[in-house]
Design a protein around this ligand. Structure first.
Ligand code: C2E
Ligand code: MG
Ligand code: MG
Length: 352
């Protein structure tokens, strides 16, 4: 349902919030230029799903080109001018190059919590701090990085900063830091060496680092070889978004994973759908049969958490405990600030 609205409209904030809650995951921003100046930014929000899906990025691009054409007719400036300044503007309007150059790419953090309320792991989630102080999320950052061919550099930057920030936390007793890696990134030459260097320089052990594998493409033989190598070196592998998209039963058989992260779309429905409940419950059992740590993503309510406890899920992650926060926020949490109010569920299992 298209909505035409300006950010200055009184209802905008409420509408944007509703859109967010409805699962809008991506934004397309096209700067509209007249006489060389950006006079407006046209934003399209949509329910796109996984930001890595190349089909979505291509669709973004097609829309962007069409919108730029329409904008140029409105403003009388040439379409190429509307589309961008030297290829820095991207489908989602994030200037990843500048963000990298100016040190505005940051890891944000979300804890993985045991049923008795201990933080055993923290997941790094990429954020870009915009010039106006607003925080951009992966749905906007990743397609832009992909388009500019900067996924490799972006990933490296996030991994380096994440490991540096988490180093002291790990020394202080945190068990591991979790990094999101797409299978495409993994296949970049030098990936393994870079990771080994990073771990060595920061005096960590490989088993303190868990790589959460996110991807839409199938894992081929080359990727499997790399995954085995990483596993042999001692790095922990986790299958992210298990149950949706690529992360299927077939992968569990082949990827030497130590953890399974159940996609949050399933967690969302466990209290209302008996079928989803059965799926999640059997996934927890499967995980344990394979000696994997089971992690539930997107846990938002006490009811969901209680149900996951009964199913034997090992770790919980989600807004019920904390949204992703910056370094200072994570440090406060690790000191126990704000965690006193966390609901406790009593450990029904021993996380591995
Ligand atoms: P993910 O790895 O599955 O991360 C979990 C996502 O769920 C995060 O979105 C997080 O903010 C969100 N989330 C956590 N708890 C809740 C909850 O209780 N309710 C709801 N509704 N959402 C929750 P985010 O940060 O937008 O990240 C989206 C995806 O982008 C990640 O999904 C991951 O696939 C990817 N990503 C993030 N950082 C990186 C990175 O550095 N490199 C790569 N390659 N991918 C990344
Ligand atoms: Mg993840
Ligand atoms: Mg996930």
């Amino acid at each position: 349902e298209p909505v035409m609205m300006q950010t200055s409209d009184p209802g905008y904030a409420a509408w944007r919030q509703r859109a967010r809650e409805a699962g809008v995951t991506a934004a397309l921003a096209v700067p509209i230029r007249a006489q060389g100046r950006v006079v407006a930014v046209l934003t399209v929000l949509s329910r796109f799903g996984n930001p890595f899906d190349i089909a979505h990025i291509e669709r973004f691009d097609r829309i962007a080109v069409r919108l730029a054409g329409a904008a140029s007719r409105l403003t009388g400036s040439p379409a190429s001018e509307s589309r961008g300044s030297g290829g820095r503007w991207t489908a989602t309007g994030v200037d990843v190059r500048a963000a990298l150059d100016e040190g505005r790419v940051e890891p944000w953090w979300q804890p993985q919590v045991t049923l008795d309320g201990r933080i055993v792991a923290v997941e790094a989630l990429v954020r870009v701090r915009d010039h106006d102080g607003s925080i951009l999320t992966p749905a906007a950052i990743l397609p832009a990085a992909e388009e500019l061919g900067l996924m490799g550099v972006l990933g490296q930057t996030v991994r380096r900063r994440a490991i540096e920030e988490a180093g002291p936390w790990l020394a202080g007793g945190l068990e591991r830091v979790c990094l999101n890696v797409s299978v495409a990134e993994l296949l970049n030459p030098g990936f393994v060496a870079e990771l080994e260097d990073l771990v060595g320089l920061n005096e960590l052990r490989p088993d303190q680092v868990e790589l959460e594998l996110v991807e839409t493409a199938p894992v081929d033989a080359a990727a499997l070889r790399l995954l085995s190598r990483l596993s042999l070196l001692g790095f922990r592998l986790a299958v992210d978004d298990y149950g949706s998209g690529w992360a299927s039963l077939g992968h569990l058989a082949r990827v030497p994973a130590r953890a399974l992260k159940i996609d949050r779309v399933f967690i969302r429905d466990i209290t209302t759908s008996e079928r989803t409940r059965a799926l999640v419950s059997s996934t927890c059992e499967l995980g344990h049969a394979l000696d994997l740590t089971t992690v539930a993503e997107g846990v938002e309510t006490v009811d969901q958490a209680g149900m996951l406890r009964d199913m034997g899920c090992d770790l919980l992650q989600g807004f019920l405990f904390s949204p992703p926060t910056d370094r200072a926020g994570m440090e406060a949490m690790l000191r126990g600030e704000g965690t006193e109010q966390w609901p406790l569920f009593g450990a029904a299992s021993t996380p591995r």
